[in-house]
Write a protein that binds this ligand. Structure first.
Ligand code: SF4
Length: 135
């Protein structure tokens, strides 16, 4: 089943710095405030890279708001992936889906250095988006 995987969406946190009324994280499937541990991240990467037959794999960091995790978390994760990919002989790229509202300069520098594709959604005028985000 994992043979053909070339894109992995990693839900690394369900925390967010916004509070949209329509948020899928509010459906009560799991308690809010959970981050993915390095242990689980590494186990997931190992499983995917050892199983897929695809040469190139994209890891997409998703949430919640993934940029709430620390720079150290991203550094540890990306370094682990680079080492693992070299041993196994795979090409790994990274993406991140963010609401863009509060990315620190050091994290942005890191994402750019590691050639992350950065996705953000700008769907509506500010007044309409914010009407779904009670303070
Ligand atoms: S920005 Fe996304 S993750 Fe955050 S509250 Fe809104 S819908 Fe949920």
């Amino acid at each position: 089943m994992l043979d053909n995987i070339d894109l992995v969406v990693l839900k690394i946190t369900n925390r967010c710095n916004l509070n949209c009324q329509y948020c899928y994280e509010h459906e009560g499937k799991r308690p809010l405030g959970q981050d993915m541990s390095q242990k689980l991240f590494r186990k997931t990467v190992d499983l995917i890279l050892m199983t897929t037959k695809k040469h190139s794999v994209n890891l997409l960091f998703h949430g919640g708001e993934p940029t709430l995790l620390s720079l150290d978390w991203f550094r540890d994760s990306v370094n682990y992936v680079h080492k693992k990919a070299e041993v196994i002989g795979k090409k790994i790229s990274f993406s991140i889906q963010t609401n863009l509202i509060d990315i620190s300069d050091d994290k942005l520098d890191f994402f750019l250095k590691e050639r992350f594709s950065i996705g953000g959604s700008l769907d509506n005028p500010e007044w309409l988006d914010n009407s779904f985000r009670p303070k």
